[in-house]
Design a protein around this ligand. Structure first.
Ligand code: FEO
Ligand code: CA
Ligand code: CA
Ligand code: CA
Length: 694
């Protein structure tokens, strides 16, 4: 069985997500809302000649990087779905092969040492694959316009570290611990003490960030990394970066180490990301609050208190205790340092010497997503979620236009533009509300004296303009075939049926289920299919969960035929526009996985499971190479909830390995033809699978 909710975790720094699960959402209001929304969709459909056919998008680089024409029809998603699984091995459908390609600690530069659990150093980690691989991008070589599918750069985020699974001796029994009276009662003190040292902290800093690694498909069809590639590099929590855009140089961005407010050391908690049409990577800094300590020692009327408190910086020492080694993580020492995290970080993987830039124009929050699409009129839209309960969904539209003929001209497009936040109306319409200083409520009198104030305190600005509080919005991505945009809300166990305090925590049409433990996906159609538009319509696409247990919706598809999905988190699209969904925190008593569903046609909403991960792990960052013959994804934090002495998983190395699980990027290919598109057709003669009525 899965770890979640069944064991007490050894450490808790990763538990800001929904860690407590209850029954599937329920409530009369949900049914009413859904019925109304679906009948509206039916009416809209009747008036359009099919959504895919109706699209008029022809802008440059509308399709994802290097994508060719659709290589197969959505109706031919033909793999045999697997079942939910709880074992300590990854599972794919018959006819497919899943190969761990990059494991934590693997050397990624020619001069890097091999992984050794007992021989770790910060210097080695800085040249090895980092911990907790998350978002993955495939950028073709030799440049971003290439159509190569057998050679490219993988850009991979390393969200955070699990020191209890990295360092033997990191945990020791707490002599003051006594077992609580009941399983439900929290213990007075933790059962284990953590023992960070200068050495472990320095290794953790280097295990964060990103990796760039060249990969190739060999003549034998197997994928491997290219150790001596000039592109291979690590960005870590100690890599110098620039701060750019409207908040660069603002007083709140200045610290003792950086009086200019324009330079920052490192990036932290890089979660979901996206690529741009000009071939750069944009990585989101998510739960940065966990690295900072001692907010309780600042006065509540301190000018920085409310902002740090909104992000959840803790009152006392942090669990990681980095502040004991680096004072910048102590807000009593450097009260502004947290303002330098929580940004979208852009860098150029094709230039190994490029300096990453934190793009403040995109706002500051727990960033996720950042996939971009060129609007027909020329500007670029970048969609992004702020992954906390009751936070918001955002879109940034560049002021300048994308120039497909001049790459250099695009490299700072993300410094100027308009940041919008979404309001979802109950009638299925919606608005993008601009977060512009001086407009509406965003005035000096309300605490927004400059655009830097708006961007540094994006959450407060979004509150002020009346945006819709969502159920942990994470990945947010345009389907490059239809132009429709999909917003993934992972879950929110605290969503209320009614909110007597008037704090907008009650269900609304876009977040229709109280105690939403299984999450949902919303489908957005921008006005005129123009991604620079300020109005849109929206529909529920999936209300996740086991249809047998409660209120679910699979885009109208017969729920008796679907693979139940829970906690959708990251998405990607194949060349036919099918939606591929990975999960984080499956609340159906099994491991997380990857699922696929057509978004158009008779099989729209037919969710089928393609991949299953291992206990304690989530699946993140799914992405295809240009011809869809390889699917890359991360198995993040395998074995989380266990410890080295009490392991929950030993994947991928098993009993003969180093005795710890290792977060890894996996590549999935056809077993018989490494050039065949993934999921396109049964790779083996299909056994009878449920089929919808014609
Ligand atoms: Fe790092 Fe929102 O998942
Ligand atoms: Ca995630
Ligand atoms: Ca994605
Ligand atoms: Ca997650």
């Amino acid at each position: 069985m899965a770890s979640t909710g069944e064991r007490k975790p050894y450490v808790t720094h990763y538990l800001e997500d929904d860690a407590v699960y209850s029954d599937a959402g329920k409530g009369e209001r949900f049914a009413d809302i859904l019925a109304r929304r679906i009948s509206r969709r039916g009416a809209l459909k009747a008036g359009a000649a099919g959504a895919a056919a109706a699209t008029s998008l022809t802008g440059p680089r509308l399709r994802a990087l290097g994508q060719d024409e659709p290589s197969f029809d959505p109706a031919s998603l033909g793999f045999e779905p697997i079942a939910l699984d709880a074992g300590d091995a990854v599972v794919v459908p018959p006819g497919y092969r899943a190969q761990p390609l990059l494991r934590w600690g693997d050397p990624i530069t020619a001069d890097a040492p091999d992984f050794a659990l007992d021989g770790q150093t910060a210097d080695a980690q800085a040249r090895q694959f980092g911990y907790n691989c998350d978002w993955v991008a495939f950028l073709p070589l030799p440049d971003h316009t290439a159509a190569s599918s057998d050679r490219g750069l993988l850009v991979v985020n390393h969200e955070y570290t699990n020191p209890e699974l990295m360092f033997p001796g990191y945990l020791t029994p707490n002599p003051d611990y006594t077992a609580p009276a009941s399983d439900d009662a929290p213990p007075d003190v933790p059962e284990f003490l953590t023992n960070p040292t200068q050495e472990t902290v320095d290794i953790e800093l280097e295990a964060h960030g990103l990796s760039v690694v060249e990969v190739r498909r060999g003549d034998d069809g197997a994928w491997a990394i290219v150790r001596d590639s000039e592109y291979n590099r690590r960005l870590t929590a100690t890599t110098p970066m620039e701060i750019s855009g409207p908040a660069a140089g603002a007083d709140l961005m200045k610290t003792g180490e950086d009086e200019s407010g324009t330079r920052v050391i490192g990036t932290l908690n890089n979660c979901a990301g996206g690529t741009t049409p000009w071939g750069t990577a944009v990585s989101g800094e998510e739960n940065f609050q966990q690295y900072f300590a001692n907010l309780g020692q600042l006065a509540e009327d301190d000018p920085v208190f409310a902002s740090h408190d909104r992000f959840g910086i803790g009152p006392e020492s942090s669990e990681r205790r980095w502040e004991a080694f680096y004072p910048r993580f102590d807000v009593t020492q450097e009260p502004n340092e947290p303002f330098r995290f929580g940004w979208a970080v852009e860098f150029d993987p094709y230039d190994p010497t490029s300096t990453p830039k934190k793009r403040t124009a995109l706002g500051r929050n727990k960033h996720e997503g950042h996939t971009s699409i060129v609007a027909p009129s020329g500007p670029v839209a970048i969609y992004s979620g702020d992954d906390s309960r009751f936070e918001y969904a955002y879109k940034f539209v560049t002021a300048g236009s994308f120039d497909p003929d001049n790459r250099e001209a695009n490299l700072d497009l993300l410094d100027e533009g308009t940041l919008y936040v979404a309001r979802f109306n109950d009638d299925g319409t919606g608005e993008w509300l601009p977060l512009v200083q001086g407009e509406g409520e965003l005035t000096e009198a309300n605490g927004f004296a400059s655009q830097a104030d708006v961007l540094i305190n994006t959450r407060f600005a979004a509150d002020a303009v009346g945006a819709t509080k969502m159920d942990r919005p994470e990945d947010f991505e345009a389907n490059f075939v239809s132009g429709k945009v999909y917003l993934v809300c992972t879950n929110n166990s605290r969503r209320l049926l009614e909110d007597p305090d008037g704090a907008d925590l009650a269900v609304n049409a876009a977040n229709p289920r109280p105690e939403n433990v299984h999450g949902h996906i919303i489908e957005i159609t921008e006005d005129g299919n123009d991604h620079a538009a300020t109005r849109f319509t929206w529909d529920p696409f999936i209300l996740a969960g086991d249809p047998a247990q409660g209120s679910t919706y699979y885009a109208g598809f017969d729920t008796e035929l679907v693979s139940p999905i829970s906690a959708p988190d990251n998405i990607t699209f194949d060349n036919a526009g099918n939606l591929w969904i990975s999960t984080d925190g499956n609340a159906l008593g099994a491991n997380d996985g990857l699922f696929a569903a057509p978004t158009e046609g008779d099989e729209r909403g037919w969710v089928r499971q393609f991949f299953s991960a291992v206990p304690g792990g989530e699946v993140s960052g799914p992405v295809f190479n240009p011809d869809n013959s390889a699917l890359f994804l991360s198995v993040q934090h395998p074995g989380e909830g266990g410890s080295i002495d009490d392991p929950l998983s030993l994947w991928p190395d098993g009993e003969d390995g180093p005795g710890v699980p290792r977060p890894s990027v996996v590549v999935v290919t056809s077993e018989t033809d490494p050039t065949a598109p993934i999921g396109a057709a049964p790779a083996v003669p299909a056994s009878p699978v449920a089929s919808p009525e014609a």
